[in-house]
Design a protein around this ligand. Structure first.
Ligand SMILES: Cc1cc2nc3c(=O)[nH]c(=O)nc-3n(C[C@H](O)[C@H](O)[C@H](O)COP(=O)(O)OP(=O)(O)OC[C@H]3O[C@@H](n4cnc5c(N)ncnc54)[C@H](O)[C@@H]3O)c2cc1C
Length: 510
C-alpha cells in the first residue's frame, strides 16, 4: 500500500513574514509528527520591502525558543539592541519621553490581591517618573548593552527581561531562510491560481515556471497581496479615520565614526507625521511617515532636511492604506505580514503581530492535524482582527497631543480619537488603568496591554495623579509595599546600569 502524499503548505513570499511562517510551520509539523511539508515560492525579481526595522521582545523569545544563538544572530544580521522607544515632540515640541519595554512588576513578589500595575500607580501618585523603576530606562539613556563583563572575561546579563532588536530586514530574511533548512524553495513569480469550482479553495498556483500544487496556501507577498486580495477577493478594512499617515519616505544616514549606536528607536514627531530612526550596525535606517493630505513629498524631504540640518537621499516613496484584511483567512488561504495588515511602525507591531498570529495558528488550529474547518477560520479571523484593531487603538492614543502648531496636528486634535481610545481615557478618569481593562489574546500571548500603555499615558500627561493618590490613600498597606518595591528597583537599577558594557563595545566584541 502506498503512503498518502504529504499535506503541502505552500508559502508565497520570502520576506520576513514568509520565512517566519516557514520556520514556525516546520516546527509545528515536526512536533506533531504530521505527514506534511512546507514549500516556499518566492520571486528573486521582486524585492522585499527593505527598510530598517525595530522588533519587540517577542522576537528574542522566538530566537530562544528555537535555540538559536543570540550573538550569532546579532553578528549575521548586523542587528543592534532595542530597550524601547524615545518619543520626541509628541506631547509638545521640546518634550520627550521614553517607553522602556521591560515590566518591573514581573520581578517583584506581588502583595496579595494587588492591581497588576501597583508600582506604576504608586509612582504616579508620588509624582515620580514611571520609567525610574525600569532597568531598560537606564540602559537606554546611558546607551548600554544588556550585559556586563565579568572578571573572567565572560558576559553576565543585567536582568531577566527580554530586550528587542533593530535590524536590516533583508539580512533577517536570509538568516531565517538558512535556519529553515528542510523547506523546499521555488524561485517563481505567481500570476494567479487555479481554484476548485465547488469550494473556491486554491488547488495550484500559476507561475512563470509552471504550476505549483498544494493543500494550504499562505500569502506573504507583502503589499502585492497576490493571493488574499487578487485571487480570494479579500476585503480591506481601512483605518484612515483613526491613523493619519499614508506615505513613507525611507532614507539612510551613515553612522558618525566611532559614535555610539542608540539602543532605542527614535520616533520623532514632525509637522505632518513622524520620523523613525533605527540604528543597525551598518547605518541609521530612517524614514518620514506622513500624510500627503498636508504636505507633498518635496515638502516632506525639505522638512526632514531642516530637522536634521543635512540633506537626505530618499530610497523610496511608499504609498499605503493603513488597515487590515477583514478576514485574513479565506478558504485554504491565510495572509500574513504586510499582505494581512499594515500599520505605521510606531510601536513595531508588524513583525510582532506576525509571530503571534503564527503562534495562534500553530497552537490552536494545527493541533489535531491539518483538518481545518470553518470554526478554525472564524476563531482565527476574530482573533487576528481584534489583535490588529488593538494595535490601531494603541497607536491612535499616541496622537492625543497638546500640539496644534500645524494643520496636521489640528486635524488629529479634532474628532480623531478611536472609540476605544475615547472610552478608555474616560474610564481612566474614574479608575487607574489596569489589566482588567484589556481582553487577553487566546493563549495569553504577548499583546498591547497596561504595561505598554502606562509609559505612553505618563509621557503624554494623561494619567490622573489625584486618582492615583486617592487609590494609594485608600490602601496604605499596598502603598508601603509599592514604595518599598519602587525604591529598591530604582536603587538597584541606578547602580547596575553603569556596570553594563557600552552598546557599541558589546556588539563589536561578538
Ligand atoms: C516604511 C515601513 C517601516 C516598517 N517598520 C517596521 C518596524 O519598525 N517594525 C516592524 O515590525 N515592522 C515594520 N514594518 C513592517 C515590516 O516591514 C513587515 O511586517 C515585514 O518586513 C514583513 O514583510 P513581508 O514579508 O510581509 O513583505 P515583503 O518584505 O514585501 O516580502 C514580500 C515577498 O513576497 C515576494 N512576492 C511578492 N509578490 C510575489 C509574487 N507574485 N510571486 C512570488 N513572490 C512574490 C517577494 O519576492 C518578497 O520575497 C515596516 C514597513 C514599512 C513599509
Amino acid at each position: 500500500m502506498s503512503e498518502a502524499a504529504p499535506y503541502n503548505f505552500v508559502i508565497v513570499g520570502g520576506g520576513t513574514a514568509g520565512w517566519l511562517a516557514a520556520l514556525m510551520l516546520q516546527e509545528a509539523i515536526a512536533k506533531r509528527n504530521m505527514n506534511a511539508i512546507v514549500t516556499v515560492v518566492e520571486s528573486s525579481r521582486i524585492p522585499v520591502i527593505g527598510v530598517g526595522e525595530g522588533s519587540t521582545a517577542v522576537f528574542r523569545q522566538m530566537l530562544k525558543h528555537f535555540g538559536f544563538d543570540e550573538f550569532e544572530f546579532l553578528r549575521e544580521t548586523e542587528a543592534t539592541i532595542k530597550f524601547g522607544i524615545r518619543h520626541k515632540d509628541w506631547r509638545r515640541k521640546g518634550h520627550s519621553y521614553d517607553g522602556p519595554i521591560d515590566d518591573p512588576h514581573l520581578v517583584m513578589e506581588p502583595p496579595g490581591t494587588r492591581p497588576q500595575s501597583y508600582i506604576d500607580i504608586f509612582s504616579c501618585a508620588a509624582g515620580r517618573r514611571l520609567a525610574d523603576t525600569h532597568l531598560f530606562a537606564y540602559l537606554l539613556d546611558q546607551q548600554k548593552a544588556p550585559f556586563a563583563r565579568k572578571a573572567d572575561g565572560g558576559l553576565v546579563p543585567l536582568g531577566p527581561f527580554h530586550h528587542a532588536y533593530h535590524f536590516d530586514q533583508a539580512l533577517v530574511g536570509k538568516y531565517l531562510r538558512r535556519k529553515s533548512s528542510s523547506v523546499e524553495m521555488i524561485d517563481a513569480e505567481v500570476s494567479g491560481a487555479r481554484r476548485d469550482p465547488a469550494s473556491g479553495n486554491i488547488t495550484a498556483l500559476i507561475t512563470d515556471v509552471g504550476e505549483v500544487a498544494g493543500d494550504f496556501f499562505i500569502d506573504c507577498t507583502g503589499f502585492r497581496r497576490s493571493l488574499i486580495s487578487k485571487v480570494m477577493g479579500g476585503k480591506w478594512k481601512s483605518f484612515k479615520e483613526h491613523l493619519p499617515v499614508n506615505r513613507a519616505m525611507p532614507f539612510w544616514l551613515e553612522h558618525e565614526e566611532g559614535a555610539e549606536f542608540t539602543p532605542f528607536t527614535t520616533a520623532w514627531a514632525q509637522g505632518a507625521g513622524w520620523m523613525w530612526m533605527i540604528p543597525t550596525q551598518a547605518r541609521m535606517g530612517c524614514g518620514y511617515v506622513y500624510s500627503d493630505a498636508f504636505i507633498t513629498p518635496e515638502e516632506a524631504k525639505a522638512e526632514i532636511e531642516a530637522t536634521l540640518g543635512r540633506s537626505i537621499e530618499p530610497r523610496n516613496d511608499l504609498k499605503f492604506d493603513i488597515g487590515r484584511q477583514e478576514t485574513p483567512w479565506i478558504g485554504n488561504c491565510l495572509a500574513l505580514g504586510l499582505a494581512s495588515s499594515f500599520l505605521e511602525p510606531l510601536e513595531a507591531t508588524s513583525i510582532h503581530g506576525t509571530i503571534v498570529q503564527l503562534l495562534v495558528f500553530t497552537t490552536f488550529h494545527m493541533k489535531d492535524g491539518v483538518d481545518f474547518n470553518a470554526k478554525d477560520r472564524d476563531a482565527y479571523n476574530a482573533f487576528a482582527g481584534r489583535q490588529v484593531d488593538d494595535f490601531r487603538d494603541f497607536i491612535n492614543l499616541h496622537y492625543v497631543s497638546e500640539r496644534r502648531d500645524t494643520p496636521f496636528w489640528e486635524h488629529v486634535a479634532s474628532d480623531f480619537r478611536s472609540p476605544a481610545t475615547r472610552e478608555r481615557l474616560a474610564l481612566w478618569q474614574r479608575k487607574m488603568p489596569g489589566h482588567e481593562d484589556f481582553t487577553p489574546l487566546p493563549g495569553h500571548f504577548a499583546h498591547t496591554e497596561q504595561q505598554l500603555y502606562y509609559p505612553v499615558l505618563d509621557g503624554l500627561g494623561l494619567l490622573n495623579r489625584p486618582l492615583a493618590q486617592q487609590f494609594m490613600d485608600a490602601n496604605p498597606t499596598l502603598r508601603a509595599k509599592a514604595k518599598a518595591a519602587a525604591d529598591s528597583l530604582t536603587a538597584e537599577y541606578r547602580a547596575a546600569a553603569p556596570r553594563a558594557m557600552g552598546h557599541r563595545e558589546f556588539l563589536k566584541s561578538l
